[in-house]
Ligand binder design. Structure first.
Ligand SMILES: C[S@@+](CC[C@H](N)C(=O)[O-])C[C@H]1O[C@@H](n2cnc3c(N)ncnc32)[C@H](O)[C@@H]1O
Length: 340
């Protein structure tokens, strides 16, 4: 019955015509699921170097493997001790339905404990590495994303932004802080926290040419000269927050002893945890990628770290560093159109 003028095309022929609405929809869904599949598989693509696992992007200087995850969880306990058991220096209302954002949430330990502590709040943790557990409190969500890219968060929707130990991960703090300001509701709060890799001593037991000072100096110099990243941004944070438009900016620092040398029991405990954190991952995880990418031999790095290790485990050396807590508030007059 087929007429010669209107013959059906064979099944395998290329049909040169615009796709029907149904075909367009199927194509769009296929390409969406293909891009989602590539996103979800690509975040699980890791690089293995020097016995560590790194996020796939070449410039990742810190690993995301088990040693780093254990270190992050140990470091979290140090922050809780510094905060006398708390999770923030900022006072937050405990019974309101706060929207909280944890930028670079790591293993998610802070977000999960916040979710337990504030059952009425919703905690959203964002990180580029998928190292968070899947079983979490119902008010906690994790997302995989790059926080240095424009934020997809609804402007003026967040009550509190938490940014902890992101030194070395952020190429432009002013840009990140502007994103945070845009995401915050008027009157919303921010807390930026870090522990400096910079060793001090008040009794002369650590000399200026000792191994830990040299290591830290080399580390900061290579990070800024070779990789253009700042592993010690805390002293500049107050100015950056004010420049971004935050108000009531306050800076508070707390002593973190390197080792259990202090007499004070609380500081002794913090020092013990911090020393373990350095020995069990901190020094190597922060150093091996950065120094080798900058041209050092792995053996040279390990030899340097060996010298630092013997120094910081010597109870006669009384060194310490500081944790920085910088807090601020978005002004009431800055509405939802604040810069993103
Ligand atoms: C030192 S960890 C801190 C983790 C967590 N804030 C804490 O205090 O336990 C830094 C985290 O930032 C994440 N990170 C680094 N660059 C990032 C980026 N551009 N976007 C999202 N996350 C990033 C890393 O994957 C890592 O989990």
């Amino acid at each position: 019955m087929a007429s010669s003028s209107n013959e059906a095309a064979p099944m395998n022929a290329t049909v040169d015509r615009p796709p029907s609405p149904l075909e367009s929809l199927i194509e769009a869904e296929d390409s969406l699921s293909a891009s989602q599949a590539s996103l979800s598989s690509s975040v699980f693509e890791f690089i293995h170097e020097h016995g560590h696992r790194y996020h796939r992007k070449g410039e990742a200087l810190l690993p995301n493997d088990e040693t780093e995850q254990n270190r992050l969880d140990l470091q979290h306990q140090i922050f809780r001790m510094l905060l006398d058991g708390g999770l923030t220096l900022t006072d937050l209302p405990t019974d309101e339905p706060l929207q909280i954002l944890d930028v670079g949430c790591g293993t998610g330990i802070w977000a999960i404990q916040m979710g337990d502590a504030l059952p009425n709040a919703t905690i959203r943790g964002i990180d580029e590495s998928p190292i968070q557990p899947s079983w979490v409190p119902p008010n906690v969500q994790f997302e995989i994303d790059d926080v240095t890219k424009p934020w997809l968060i609804t402007p003026a929707s967040i009550d509190f932004v938490h940014i902890r130990t992101m030194a070395g991960c952020i190429p432009s703090w002013p840009t990140l802080l502007r994103s945070a300001l845009g995401a915050l509701k008027p009157g919303g709060l921010i807390e930026v926290t870090d522990i400096m890799w910079h060793f001090e001593c008040q009794d002369g037991s650590m000399t200026p040419d000792c191994a830990s000072v040299k290591w830290a100096d080399n580390f900061h110099e290579l990070a800024s000269m070779t990789f253009h990243v700042d592993f010690g941004p805390s002293p500049k944070m107050e100015g950056w927050l004010k420049d971004a438009g935050f108000e009531d900016v306050e800076v508070r620092t707390k002593i973190v002893p390197v080792g259990p040398w202090p007499k004070d029991r609380r500081l002794k405990e913090i020092g013990r945890y911090f020393l373990i954190q350095m020995l069990e991952g901190g020094m190597e995880n922060y150093s091996i990628g950065l120094f080798t990418k900058a041209g050092w031999e792995a053996a040279e790095v390990h030899a340097m770290l060996g010298r630092v290790r013997s120094e910081i485990t010597d109870p006669k050396v009384h060194s310490f560093t500081r944790a920085w807590f910088i807090t601020g508030r978005k002004g009431q007059s800055l509405g939802s159109t604040a810069a993103l």
